[in-house]
Design a binder for this molecule. Structure first.
Ligand code: PEP
Ligand code: MG
Length: 574
């Protein structure tokens, strides 16, 4: 029967496809009992699920080729071992037989027992194997709920899951997934950023989806409104077709702006940089006339691999990036691993009690021997192929900028001494995304050649509102007087000291916010190429001088509603 579930819009696009449900790894299964007469059928269910999973893993192993076979194969072998461990099934059988628990709950109890043993281990690596147990248990749980019809591959499907890791997204899209719905998550998470970069429709924060949707159900999802329609009717299908046609039409109109300048009505040129994560982003940024790459998040290089890329591997990636931009400046951000950017390399700590406030970003780079050094060498070597800047994430004060500045100087000098062809000057910039850096900027702005304001994290830390926590709803928002004040102060100080400053958080990629950013005095934005033309269109409908004059009124707004009223009154023309 048709049902409409609502979530939060995270990556635009309308998708139609069959549902593929992936139940949470950490099972949230309530205690439930069965009658003694049901024991045999419950045992049969779990045994069938084990067979299904065994078969799936075998098939997956067979299909792996090349480099993947080695990398993913190791995981699969380990998972097969865990699945075949007689203790696992024996324990579940006993819980069903003697405890009269449902197979689901027995699975959960057995998972918790095994996890408790692993949690008690001293070795951090072994402790981290709980993730593998959870993946095997998760597969079993999913198999328990699979419909009889055999589901092959994920091409043409819409994945419904609890959360999605950034590292999974590209792989899913390559396999033909049409869109993704998650029960948790937020539109500001890295997965959402990446989904937008991949043009993969994504709806987050739709908790009912996991309860209501079954494998094979037909879904229509709208990544612009956050709506998920289960078993769509003719009207829904028509609306989906209309949205697809609309977006094609809009794309066509926007494409006319490819060669137009990002110039306001009163002739002020706004520099639009691109946030680029992949080769495709770089190509798109170039084709749309981006000023350069304003933010290249190098952690995506690290997140996909299980080993740390060495200097040479990194150098090749950065060099290709520079070459792809054919002489336009490329801003490479040093590693920003940690918190929601989990990795497989074992670099970031796994058990931090509060990872967003933990050993992440530049703190991690400075704490790990050789990490920053290798990365800076790779970046500076790339500068021999075109203009490059270095950007430092999660700066909280002068000490970190001093340390990176010194490291950059040393790396530059030694590369020169080794005979490498490198640029005479590689500008160094700080991300302003920790409130202390914004407030203490006066003390270290001289160490910076440029600044980039990371509003995604700045909002999170200033408002003490987790950017990935959907439950916080509108509490996480850049439309807060404190955020605007801090932005204005940073922009003002940068202007006084003659330092270029851009905004590279998601706010820069939303055309609705363009008038607000112009009013605060910004003239540079870095945004995902997917929204570059829309932002260019908005800028072309703005009067920069009038907006600057309206800046004080914006800063007088006392609440979100006041800021929204200001935005409504200053919407771009056209
Ligand atoms: C930000 O925090 O605004 C930012 C651009 O960095 P990231 O989203 O990668 O944390
Ligand atoms: Mg950040």
């Amino acid at each position: 029967m048709r049902k409409v579930l609502s979530g939060t819009a995270a990556a635009r696009g309308s998708a139609l496809g069959r549902a593929r449900v992936r139940l949470p790894h950490a099972l949230d299964v309530q205690e439930a009992r069965i009658e003694p007469a049901e024991v045999e059928s419950e045992l049969a269910r779990i045994h069938a699920a084990v067979e299904t999973v065994r078969g799936e893993m075998h098939d997956l192993r067979e299909r792996l080729h090349g480099a993947l076979a080695q990398e993913v194969g190791e995981f699969l072998d380990l998972h097969a071992l865990l699945l075949d461990d007689p203790e696992l099934l024996r324990g579940i059988d006993a819980l069903i037989r003697t405890g009269l628990y449902t197979a689901d709950y027995a699975l959960r109890l057995q998972r918790d027992r095994i996890a408790a043993v692993f949690e008690g281990m001293d070795d951090a690596y072994l402790r981290s194997r709980i993730d593998d147990i959870d993946q095997v248990i998760g597969r079993l749980h999913a198999a328990l709920h699979r419909r009889a019809a055999d589901l092959q591959g994920v091409a043409g499907e819409i994945l419904v899951t609890d959360t999605i890791a950034p590292a999974e997204l590209a792989q899913l899209q390559a396999q033909g997934v049409m869109g993704i719905v998650t029960a948790g998550g937020s539109a500001l998470s890295h997965s959402a950023i990446l989904a937008r970069s991949l043009h993969l429709p994504l709806v987050v924060g739709a908790p009912l989806a996991l309860q209501k949707v079954n494998d094979g159900d037909v879904l229509v999802i709208d990544g612009a409104s956050g709506l998920v329609v289960l078993e769509p009717n003719a009207d829904d299908l028509r609306a989906h077709r209309a949205r697809v046609a609309d977006s094609k039409r809009e794309r066509k109109q926007l494409n006319r702006l490819r060669r137009e300048p990002s110039r306001t009505l009163d002739g002020v040129d706004i520099k639009l940089w691109a946030n680029a994560e992949s080769r495709d982003d770089v190509a798109e940024a170039h084709a749309l006339g981006a000023a350069g790459v304003g933010l290249y998040r190098t952690e995506f290089l690290f997140m996909h691999s299980r080993t740390l890329p060495d200097e040479e591997t990194q150098f090749r990636a950065y060099r290709d990036l520079v070459l792809g931009m054919t002489g336009r400046t490329v801003t490479v951000r040093t590693l920003d691993l940690g918190a929601d950017k989990a990795d497989n390399t074992g670099l970031a700590l796994r058990d931090e009690p509060n990872p967003a406030l933990g050993l992440r970003g530049v703190r991690l780079s400075l704490a790990r021997d050789g990490l920053l050094h290798a990365q800076l060498r790779a970046i500076v070597r790339a500068s021999g192929y075109g203009p490059v800047r270095v950007l430092v994430p999660m700066v909280s004060g002068i000490e970190e900028m001093r340390a990176v500045r010194n490291a950059l100087r040393e790396v530059h000098a030694s590369l020169r001494a080794e005979g490498h062809e490198v640029a005479d000057h590689v500008p160094l910039g700080a991300m302003i995304e920790v409130p202390s850096a914004a407030l203490a900027l006066r003390g270290f702005i001289d160490l910076c050649d440029f600044l980039s304001i990371g509003t995604n994290d700045l909002v999170q830390y200033l408002l003490a509102a987790d950017r990935t926590n959907e439950a916080l709803g509108e509490l996480y928002s850049p439309l807060h007087p404190a955020v605007l004040q801090l932005l204005r102060d940073v922009v003002r100080l940068a202007a006084r000291r003659g330092k270029p400053v851009a905004v590279c958080g998601e706010i820069g990629g939303d055309p609705l916010f363009a008038p607000l950013l112009l009013a605060l005095g910004l003239t540079e934005l870095s945004l995902h190429p997917g929204t570059l033309l829309e932002v260019r269109r908005a800028i072309r409908g703005c009067d920069a001088a009038a907006l600057r004059a309206a800046g004080p009124a914006l800063l007088r707004a006392r609440d979100r509603a006041g800021i929204e009223r200001w935005l409504a009154a200053h919407a771009p023309r056209g």
